[in-house]
Design a protein around this ligand. Structure first.
Ligand SMILES: *Cc1c(COP(=O)(O)O)cnc(C)c1O
Length: 231
């Protein structure tokens, strides 16, 4: 199937899930283009895609060089501190802030340029060993730490849910994320520093459930671009 048809179907499914969602909020779609070519991304842009997600710095850089400002870029993968310098000032949002060393490095670079870098806190909601992200009970303390770093703004939370067929468990994970967002919201932090605007959760397999449970930003790859061919 062509990207155009995949995208239309994805948008329809997003809209119908939104109608049954906890919040009824608009949902932002990030098209995850990892392993796919700039030509395929251009096709998606022509069909209306405004934001793409990549999980590797080098691949992201390569695509930025070609696509320039025809699209906005999201860093969604595990980010090594020594690679922050290549992307911090070029991305719309870093979804994978999950540790203090990374916070410090992003802040240092941003401060140097007198800019604010927008980030989401990545949460490892099911405590899976293979995954990045901080644990649920570390979040509030981490946010207090973030308040000391003036050039990083926290715009919400992100998670990669467990890969499971167990819908009840998935819902429980998403629900925990939504509640966490609400708890933080209710603390009324300075909105210039901590603003729980986005809940980035939901991928091809689970975005409908994620939206129903309160996600307002989904990261969809396979359903838009087709299967990934890792060479
Ligand atoms: C690859 C990836 C996605 C998209 O996954 P699909 O199953 O292809 O939709 C979303 N989020 C992250 C962090 C990813 O690495």
């Amino acid at each position: 199937m062509a990207i155009k048809d995949n995208l239309r179907e994805t948008l329809e499914e997003i809209e119908s899930a939104r109608k049954h969602s906890l919040t009824g909020e608009e949902v932002k779609l990030i098209a995850v283009s990892k392993t796919h070519s700039p030509e395929e991304i251009k096709e998606a842009i022509e069909c209306g895609i405004t934001d793409i997600g990549e999980n590797k710095v080098q691949e992201l850089q390569g695509k930025m060089e070609i696509l320039q400002d025809s699209v906005k870029y999201h860093m969604i993968g595990n980010l090594q501190s020594n690679k922050v310098k290549y992307i911090y000032d070029k991305v719309e949002l870093i979804h994978s802030l999950d540790r203090k060393s990374l916070l410090k490095e992003i802040n240092k670079r941003a401060k140097n340029d007198d800019i604010i870098v927008n980030c989401l806190l990545e949460i490892n909601i099911a405590k899976e060993e293979s995954k990045g992200g901080m644990h649920y009970n570390e979040v509030e303390k981490f946010i207090e730490t973030c308040l000391n770093y003036d050039n990083v703004k926290i715009n919400g939370l992100m998670t990669v849910a467990p890969n499971t067929e167990d819908e009840a468990f998935l819902r429980e994970c998403f629900r925990k994320m939504f509640k966490l967002k609400e708890v933080i919201n209710n603390k009324n932090y300075d909105k210039n520093k901590i603003e729980m605007k986005y809940l980035s959760m939901g991928m091809s397999q689970d975005f409908k459930i994620a939206i129903e449970e309160g996600s307002n930003m989904v990261r969809v790859g396979t359903k838009i671009f087709g299967k990934r061919d890792y060479k």
